[in-house]
Ligand binder design. Structure first.
Ligand code: ZN
Ligand code: ZN
Length: 433
């Protein structure tokens, strides 16, 4: 049975069920309001029969206010009605785009299947409607909650970590005369610590390299090539993204359902930032931003300077510990020995972290700026490409090191990704059954 017929049958089934149950629907829980236009304030409970029925009605009629109010009251947006239908199924069947977006934002599952033999999901229904906007509302991942906080929490923790290390170093040299000689490192560490912090702010504030329409519009021409020049890989299920390969160059282009364009090699979508970036490396929660073509260089400077500041401070204290090389200096533990243990503990944990984590990470990213690889190409499905690992050519060097800077958009505009002008490509041939 085709998706369209199945949808019609679902509607009938759901109507029958509604006829049977409508006598029991009491929107305010007391049986007084039968008008179907109950105001949101009347529903003050969640997941009672009346509330879930009210949610169903609101989804069908597109009553956004009612749905909003019910979601606020904590209703289960994945409630299963007859044959496993969910509120999102109703929104999709009745083409309620705004409601579908609301439900998705509240965690509604687009893949929830009905329990009958057709096993229809809201996504499948939205797809069969051939309505791009509805499909997007059901398919697109909703914006992450607390975007602003998610952006700041990483840099805040990093700053706290930096300050606590500086404070501990000061504690050692001010509290114990034994470490007085370590003060030589202060100006050096301070310069690199400031460099670290400035670059942390830059990486957080800069646009990582958002892909603009004009960067990818040319692909429409490639898509128009004849069948023997390109090979299209059809999708096996609706959550997959379609791709095509040019026979001549072997280059593969993958459809980005969220940004509505074909991604060439090197462009990847970040589900946290909700957009595609050029030469994307990874999304870094520690800096609260993606690392891509525009801010990768500052990310590397940040790591190298942070590592240098920390290493210099650790060496300064390590040198002060060297004269204490007999067991009498360390045992039995008295007031004087505690200072040595504190300092040695800090030197040891810092050294292990620097050598085991920070140094390999910094080396990897420094090499990534020099050679043509990123974390994505190293560990991702697409791999390094046909050229393998090699030193960047002049154009690539220029792109990675000299690309013009720009601030990134404020969080509230992040959900609207670019690429709208080539929407005609959103449902390519063969995409919809
Ligand atoms: Zn994208
Ligand atoms: Zn990101």
């Amino acid at each position: 049975m085709g998706a369209k017929q199945s949808r019609r049958r679902l509607e009938d089934e759901e109507r029958d069920q509604m006829d049977e149950s409508c006598d029991e629907i009491h929107l305010d829980g007391s049986g007084t309001d039968r008008s179907g236009s109950a105001t949101a304030s009347l529903i003050s409970f969640s997941d009672s029969d009346a509330a879930v029925e009210a949610l169903k009605d609101a989804c069908k009629t597109g009553n956004v206010k009612q749905v909003e109010s019910l979601i606020r009251s904590g209703i289960n947006v994945n409630h299963k009605y007859v044959i496993g239908l969910t509120p999102l199924h109703f929104a999709a069947i009745h083409g309620q785009i705004a409601v579908a977006k609301l439900l998705r934002g509240a965690g509604a599952d687009p893949m929830a299947e009905t329990t009958d033999e057709d096993r229809l999901s809201p996504l499948r229904i939205a797809e069969s409607e051939m309505n791009q906007e509805l499909f997007d509302a059901v398919a697109d991942d909703p914006p992450a909650k607390y975007q602003f906080q998610r952006r700041l929490i990483g840099p805040f923790i990093m700053t706290l970590f930096l300050l606590s290390n500086i404070a501990f170093w000061f504690f050692l040299i001010l509290q114990y005369d034994a470490f007085d000689g370590a003060t030589w490192c202060f100006p050096w560490s301070l310069v690199f610590a400031i460099l670290f912090w400035v670059n942390l702010i830059l990486v957080n504030l800069l646009d990582p390299g958002t892909v603009e329409d004009e960067d990818v519009e040319y692909i429409a021409d490639l898509r128009a090539l004849s069948k023997d020049e390109i090979e299209v890989f059809p999708v096996k299920n609706v959550t997959e993204n379609e791709r095509f390969t040019l026979h001549e160059t072997g280059e593969t282009f993958i459809w980005c359902r969220n940004c509505k364009f074909w991604k060439p090699q090197g462009i990847s979508h970040c589900f946290e930032c909700r957009r595609c970036f050029t030469r994307m490396d990874h999304h870094c929660f520690a800096v609260g931003n993606c690392i891509a073509v525009r801010n990768h260089r500052f990310f590397v400077i940040m790591m190298l300077s942070g590592m240098t500041a920390w290493t210099v401070a650790v060496i300064s204290i390590f040198l002060e510990l060297l004269p204490y090389n007999t067991s009498e200096d360390w045992w039995p533990v008295g007031a004087n020995e505690v200072q040595l243990y504190l300092a040695a503990g800090w030197v040891a944990t810092s050294s292990i972290t620097i050598l085991g984590v920070v140094l390999p990470f910094a080396c990897f990213h420094t090499s990534a700026l020099i050679c043509n690889f990123t974390t994505k190409t190293c560990f991702g499905k697409r791999g390094l490409g046909k050229n393998g690992l090699q030193i960047n050519d002049f154009t690539q060097m220029k792109e990675v090191h000299c690309m013009a800077l720009q601030c990134r958009d404020p969080p509230d505009t992040c959900s609207e990704s670019g690429g709208g002008s080539i929407r005609d490509l959103t449902m390519p041939e063969g995409r919809v059954p």
